[in-house]
Design a binder for this molecule. Structure first.
Ligand code: HEC
Ligand code: HEC
Length: 470
């Protein structure tokens, strides 16, 4: 009798432990019913559908890329003699900013503060060109001018983006792609000219001055070997080849796209997610919770390309103004993203004001500066923003002198209609229960940490040889 009672107790205990594990996993009940096998594997932290990811083939750097690497680290190209690409895009910090300042400093005395947070240079080699809509025409068709596309996009109905239905939103006639927070440069090469000459960055002065410095650099020999003896007689060409070399470095060096996170290993069936990471993954994909994957795509493509955690589209999230940016001391200054002030071709398209490019979340957990204006310094605050910006704005935005909460205080009111209020978790109203709890925020953060490269490697991020300065 006693044995029987003991056995019953044991069975009840086991069953409730199993049930607790099941509920603890965050796998939605509906999934348990529709696909119990896969749900069970997810509960164990395992991927029920492992895939073979296709990674860029690792090859020794070409001569061009090696030259580019030297240029990337060359501080002599700056007017101060102290700033290189790598000063802001630090190899020890996943090619992002080396600290937590909202923006980095450059200029002749390295005292001019930049106007935006430094993005990481990782995972950019497959960034699509800037366009409006999925594909504005075949290769042989005449390209439709941007203003015309913008007008079309303005009229087209926008589909709500949810993590469960990203194929539909991919067909949205919305701006996407390009480089910089406002997509204003198409290629890495055009892009690099900006910082090289910008008075807030390397402040190179003029093309002629930069070319003269290239000629005086220790790698000038490599330059003439690749481009011929006459290269330095044409300053424009020399600088443009230098920038091309920097791009080859970013494309060829595996440290810019290692795809070596725990999540990549999990996708391939080589790693098991911990319960908190698994719950975070479910919340990240649940349209009724985080819905993060609607914009930060997390599934491999059908041909096995690893997910980039961005749909490359632009969105206005209405992030709070950052008082730490010097430019923001001017109360009438606003960074409007797509419609200016740094890109000018869409200045007359007010429907895009306040929109910024969706960044990758790979390695985001290692950053100390978040969003285009660097307003946040940890993921906790970022998650609070997603949870409370519409439901409890008093937790996110400051109060003005009159005691009123200054909602969306980094965007003039006439553009508030552009702020995303349709895609979850932004589809709620003031005072409604926020989409996720504090504990769920922690789970999403645990998941974001699985996107950090270098999983299972003794040294973080690829090999030391490819990341240290020459
Ligand atoms: C003083 C800091 C600084 C220096 C030096 C610097 N950058 Fe940047 N970089 C930035 C900032 C800030 C942005 C974002 C600017 C924006 O969105 O308007 C950026 C953006 C970029 C981007 C676009 C990234 C993206 O996600 O769209 C690339 C590529 C880039 N820089 C490459 C370079 C190269 C190559 C060099 C050297 C020639 C360089 N940078 C030097 C600060 C710097
Ligand atoms: C509607 C599209 C959309 C959804 C949904 C979305 N994001 Fe974002 N995310 C963006 C855009 C756009 C930015 C850049 C905004 C800016 O800087 O103004 C961004 C920026 C971020 C950043 C900062 C990265 C950096 O390098 O500065 C993090 C972290 C982030 N998102 C995490 C999440 C998480 C977690 C969720 C789910 C709770 C989520 N996002 C849902 C579009 C989205």
């Amino acid at each position: 009798m006693r044995l029987f009672a003991g056995l019953t107790l044991l069975i009840v205990l086991c069953a409730s432990a199993a049930l607790a594990a099941l509920l603890n996993s965050g796998v939605p009940v509906a999934d348990w019913i529709s696909n119990p096998g896969a749900s069970f594997m997810l509960t164990l932290g395992e991927n029920p559908d492992p895939v073979q990811l296709v990674r860029p083939a690792a090859q020794p750097l070409s001569a061009m890329a090696q030259l580019g690497k030297q240029i990337f680290y060359d501080t002599s190209l700056s007017s101060s003699g102290r700033v290189a690409c790598a000063s802001c895009h630090s190899s020890q910090h996943r090619y992002g900013p080396p600290g937590d300042s909202a923006a980095m400093f450059g200029g002749p005395e390295v005292t001019s503060q930049g106007v935006r947070a430094v993005p990481s240079l990782m995972y950019l080699s497959t960034q699509p060109n800037f366009s409006i809509g999925p594909d504005p025409g075949g290769d042989d068709e005449a390209p439709v001018p941007l203003p015309q596309l913008a007008a079309l996009g303005h009229k087209a109905k926008r589909v709500t983006k949810t993590a469960q239905d990203t194929s539909q939103s991919a067909a949205n006639l919305v701006p996407l792609g390009g480089l910089f927070w406002d997509g204003r440069a198409d290629t890495l090469q055009i892009q690099a000219m900006g910082p090289l000459l910008s008075p807030y960055e390397m402040d190179g002065g003029s093309i002629a001055r930069v070319a003269a410095k290239l000629q005086a650099a220790p790698y000038a020999n490599g330059f003439t070997q690749l481009f011929g003896k006459l290269i330095f007689q044409q300053a424009n060409l020399a600088v443009s080849e230098a920038l091309f070399a920097v791009v080859r470095y970013q494309i060829e060096d595996p440290s810019f796209h290692p795809y070596s996170s725990k999540y990549d290993a999990w996708l391939e069936g080589h790693a098991r997610l911990k319960p908190a990471e698994m719950r975070g993954y479910e919340l990240f994909n649940d349209p009724a919770k985080g819905d993060c994957a609607a914009c930060h795509l997390d599934q491999p493509t059908p041909d096995g390309l690893p997910p980039l955690f961005t749909d490359h589209q632009f969105e206005a999230l209405g992030v709070p103004r950052n008082p730490q940016l010097a430019v923001n001391r001017n109360a009438s200054y606003f960074d409007l993203g797509l419609c200016g002030p740094y890109r000018t071709d869409l200045a007359n398209q007010p429907q895009y004001c306040g929109m910024f490019l969706t960044p990758t979340l790979r390695d985001a957990a290692t950053r100390q500066v978040f969003f285009h204006n660097g307003v946040y310094h940890d993921l906790q605050h970022v998650l609070d923003f997603y949870d409370f910006s519409v439901t409890r704005p008093d937790k996110i935005y400051p109060r003005g002198a009159d005691g009123q909460v200054e909602t969306f205080n980094d965007l003039p009111k006439q553009y508030w209609a552009n702020i995303d209020r349709t895609d979850p978790p932004f589809n709620l109203q003031v005072g409604q229960t926020p989409a996720f709890t504090h504990a769920e925020e922690q789970d999403i953060i645990a998941f974001l940490k699985t996107l950090t490269d270098g999983y299972g490697q003794p040294e973080t991020l690829a090999s030391a040889s490819s990341t240290t300065a020459p």
